[in-house]
Design a protein around this ligand. Structure first.
Ligand code: MC0
Length: 140
């Protein structure tokens, strides 16, 4: 079902500061930046490696407001790993398969994600406390 780890999402208070930290510490390059109003985030993707069906990335996330998923996470838990995203060939099929196993889907339909992807989230309480994202990369 999963082709690769697409990205690790990291919640932070100051996107520019964390871009500098990750770029200089790990020698990573920012390949995309976006404000995603629907998800309530300003984010940057730092390329790590290429794998089957696409790349893998560190995604840095700054909330657009305290009353958003990442804003609430920061208030409750502080900065750190917010979610793990897996690359899938077909996000709607993966949602149906995983939802059919009793895992709660946080999205009724795929939503717009980084770099033109289609994404959907699974409830962290149903998968061992890990907020999980499914990512279908855009067709080249
Ligand atoms: C909350 N919980 C988490 C969590 N966020 N557990 C693990 N990882 C996280 N990131 C836990 C809380 O501690 C709490 O457990 C329970 O889940 C309910 O959380 P809450 O405090 O009520 O917080 P809410 O209202 O924010 O709901 C959490 C939920 C929400 C995961 C349902 O954040 C959500 O729908 N997230 C999906 C969308 C999202 O995260 N978007 C931002 C990234 P206790 O035990 O205390 O009850 S957008 C993105 O990443 C895009 C741009 C992309 O990749 O392309």
């Amino acid at each position: 079902m999963f082709m690769r780890i697409d990205h690790i999402g990291i919640a932070c208070h100051d996107l520019e500061e964390k871009i500098s930290l990750f770029s200089s510490t790990f020698d990573l390059t920012v390949v995309a930046r976006e404000v995603n109003e629907e998800q309530g985030v300003k984010e940057a993707m730092l390329h790590v490696a290429d794998g089957e069906g696409g790349g893998s990335y560190i995604q840095l996330l700054e909330p657009l407001s305290p009353d958003s998923p990442v804003g609430r996470f920061l208030a409750k838990r502080g900065e750190g790993v917010h979610h793990v995203a897996f690359g899938v060939p077909d996000v709607e099929r993966a949602m149906a398969e995983i939802g059919g196993k009793g895992v709660r889907l946080l999205d009724e339909r795929p939503r717009h994600g980084s770099m033109g992807s289609q994404i959907a989230f699974l409830h962290p309480k149903d998968v061992g406390g890990m907020l999980t994202e499914l990512v279908q990369a855009p067709t080249p």
